[in-house]
Design a protein around this ligand. Structure first.
Ligand SMILES: NC(=O)c1ccc[n+]([C@@H]2O[C@H](COP(=O)([O-])OP(=O)(O)OC[C@H]3O[C@@H](n4cnc5c(N)ncnc54)[C@H](O)[C@@H]3O)[C@@H](O)[C@H]2O)c1
Ligand SMILES: O=C(O)C(=O)C[C@]1(C(=O)O)C=C[C@@H](O)C=C1
Length: 374
């Protein structure tokens, strides 16, 4: 299989390194910057390089567009004029999805399937020098097919992306932009605004900079991201981001009101709500630890239920690495967290438990766990 990666920077380079682990894939790197291509070759991320788009894509089965968001539109326009192999799949890695998915509809007329893509992992660093084969491991990789996108193409792209060991999921492009606008685009704006505020305060007093410690650094790492990349993202997701920014202003105004009123209970509730949500976020450690293969099972508050679940799995040869009862809330009954050694065990356990009448959840749906009928 021939795969072209157009834009061999942090994301394109990381994809290329992951795909190169498959012996049946030849990766062609294409970049407007010759230095990126030299580094990509030297790092073994690509097999062949070219700075000519037509040369990179004309014989490629799959094309990844991993250039900055503002470049993607022109690249799609150029692809619409080029003779790609019939059945070729074009995807992108841009941080915004609705606009590019709309713009790429023109590719369908050429017999080419476009599937929007966005790996939900990255870094404040740029360039192929910072690329890593395990950058996307355990992260979500969002694909945004449209209603008429052939399911076979989505399956083929998901199969190829298995090399990244990311969790491939599909979403509607506009829903993607709304969610990612809140969890990625808004935080980048907020981090940069906070850093700029502290820089202003510190303009005439070096102590601001000297004392900036853990809290400030934790919150503002992403303010070191590439400014032109974030300019493009903000402009491409402008209307969603404006909605989120207005909500943000309201949220800050509420804090200001609590602080002005000296409302201790409201201030504590504010921190408490944030901690509860933050502590629930799943951890993701690329490369450092194997993925956690876990399931959550609603269990009625009756004696012996933990034993019955463990026995059922044991009788079918499924080993548990860990089992624990989660305290979720007082008003709901118990939830068991089961941890398996292998993904295959987890999948079998899920089918088995559901077959036996248990309600089973993924971590993402944990908020709804334990609310079934007693
Ligand atoms: N950095 C992140 O954390 C992150 C995460 C997920 C997705 N993304 C998205 O992925 C894309 C790439 O981001 P990145 O961080 O890898 O950026 P990067 O700056 O590291 O890499 C971009 C590469 O594209 C090349 N390029 C620019 N215009 C080009 C063109 N017209 N044709 C060919 N090559 C071109 C550049 O020379 C560079 O090598 C962006 O759309 C970004 O929004 C970034
Ligand atoms: O870890 C970081 O530095 C990132 O900013 C990564 C991050 C994010 O906001 O989570 C940034 C942009 C992408 O589109 C996806 C991931």
């Amino acid at each position: 299989m021939r795969v072209a990666v157009v834009g061999v920077g942090l994301i394109g380079g990381s994809l290329a390194l992951a795909l190169k682990q498959r012996p049946d894939v030849v990766v062609i790197g294409c970049d407007s910057n010759p230095a990126s291509l030299r580094t990509a070759l030297a790092r073994g991320a690509v097999d062949e390089v070219t700075d000519r788009l037509e040369e990179a894509v004309c014989e490629s089965d799959v094309v990844f567009l991993s250039a900055p968001v503002s470049e993607l539109y022109a690249l799609v326009d150029r692809l619409a004029e080029l003779p790609l192999p019939p059945g070729a799949i074009v995807t992108d890695t841009g941080s915004t999805k609705a606009g590019i998915v709309r713009a790429a509809r023109k590719l369908a007329a050429r017999g080419v399937t476009f599937i929007g893509g966005h790996p939900m992992a990255g870094s404040h660093k740029s360039g192929v020098e910072a690329a890593r084969a395990d950058l996307f491991e355990n992260a979500y990789y969002v694909l945004t097919p449209e209603e008429d996108t052939p399911a076979g193409a989505v399956a083929a792209l998901s199969d190829l992306l298995a090399a990244t060991r990311a969790k491939v999921v599909t979403m509607d492009p506009m829903a993607h932009d709304r969610v990612v606008g809140a969890i990625s685009h808004l935080p980048h704006v907020v981090a940069a605004a906070l850093v700029n505020l502290v820089a202003d305060l510190g303009a005439e007093d070096a102590w601001y900079e000297r004392l900036a410690a853990g809290g400030f650094r934790d919150l503002t790492r992403i303010a070191s991201s590439n400014p032109s990349m974030w300019r493009d993202i903000v402009l491409d997701n402008r209307s969603v981001l404006l909605d989120h920014l207005r909500r943000w202003q309201d949220a800050l105004a509420a804090v200001v009101a609590h602080v002005e009123a000296g409302d201790a209970a409201a201030i504590e509730r504010f921190f408490c709500a944030a901690r509860t949500f933050r502590d629930r976020l799943p951890e993701r450690r690329p490369g450092a630890l194997p993925a956690v293969h876990e399931l959550f099972v609603d269990v009625p508050d009756r004696p012996g239920v933990i034993g019955r679940v463990a026995t059922l799995l044991g009788e079918h040869g499924i080993n548990l690495v860990n089992i624990e009862v989660l305290e979720i809330r007082e008003d709901i009954f118990g939830v068991l967290r089961l941890v398996f050694q292998r993904e295959a065990d987890r999948v079998r356990a899920r089918a088995l438990l559901e077959g036996a009448g248990y309600t089973v959840h993924e971590r993402e749906a944990l908020a709804h766990a334990g609310k079934g009928e007693r």
